[in-house]
Design a protein around this ligand. Structure first.
Ligand SMILES: [Zn+2]
Ligand SMILES: [Zn+2]
Length: 266
């Protein structure tokens, strides 16, 4: 009984923190992006479609999905606490850094293949289509998933402590990083596209996930383009557009280019 109450308290705490991050970072990003309308990247390649979910609907859906994702983070931490997982390493700067880095790489693989699975027709219609109603995503789209989809994405945090002796602080840091990174990735504005975000480097720009929402069956990765490059799912224009943005071409000027799409209808 006490254990159940402790877990419920932890779940509620994680949920409250995630809501705080979602609303405060989301609001801050909106304010920053409003000051730089020329960095807006919706409609690059000539496709400028409107989302079929309003901000209000996205936020309402996110409130449900975040409860599921909070369950996963709290569950991972609580199982560590009970000693069911690998024994976490002592907390040192070195152990925090290397376990965090390994967790980011592992999570990217988890998300890539989970995401590919969710794009298979029967699963897509039931679980993942809702996220794609946000064709031109905003910060509020970051958690606009069905509860099942959100749970399967974030179940990574239930599994992670079993495969990596990650200190709890690194696990919490990893989840917060994931949330902030996702909010930036859905914000629809490109401020820092640089050479690290294109071949031969594995990192990605905001454009990467923006193209996933625009073209549907490309760019499934989350933190890196590694799996997209290996599996041939990177949008053909991605590297070229990042290179143009990196050289200072404004997104507005790239919008005039003709569409090259590998899309099938969502
Ligand atoms: Zn998708
Ligand atoms: Zn998305």
């Amino acid at each position: 009984m006490l254990q159940a109450l402790t877990f419920l308290g932890l779940w509620a705490l994680v949920y409250a923190v995630l809501l705080l991050v979602y609303f405060t970072v989301g609001w801050a990003l909106l304010r920053i992006n409003r000051r730089y309308p020329e960095r807006q990247i919706h409609g690059l390649n000539g496709r400028d479609r409107r989302s079929r979910m309003s901000a209000g609907e996205e936020i309402r859906q996110s409130l449900k999905a975040l409860a599921a994702t909070a369950f996963c983070t709290a569950g991972g931490l609580y199982m560590q606490h009970l000693g069911w997982t690998q024994t976490p390493l002592a907390m040192t700067p070195v152990s925090l850094l290397w376990t965090f880095a390994v967790a980011v790489v592992l999570q990217d693989a988890w998300l890539y293949f989970q995401h590919r699975l969710m794009h298979m027709k029967p699963l897509y219609r039931r679980f993942h289509r809702r996220h794609h109603l946000s064709v031109a995503p905003s910060v509020w789209s970051n958690n606009a998933f069905t509860v099942t989809d959100a749970f399967l994405i974030q179940a990574f945090f239930l599994v992670l402590p079993f495969i990596l002796p990650i200190p709890p602080l690194a696990l919490i840091g990893m989840r917060l990083f994931d949330e902030v990174r996702g909010l930036i990735g859905h914000a629809g504005h490109e401020h820092f596209a640089g050479r690290l975000a294109r071949a031969p480097w594995p990192f990605i720009a905001v454009l990467h996930h923006e193209q996933h929402h625009q073209y549907f069956d490309v760019n499934f990765g989350n933190q890196f383009s590694f799996w997209d490059r290996i599996c041939g799912t990177l949008h053909p224009s991605y590297d070229r557009l990042v290179m143009a943005l990196e050289k200072g071409v404004a997104p507005a000027d790239l919008r005039a280019e003709p569409a090259k799409s590998a899309e099938h209808s969502a």
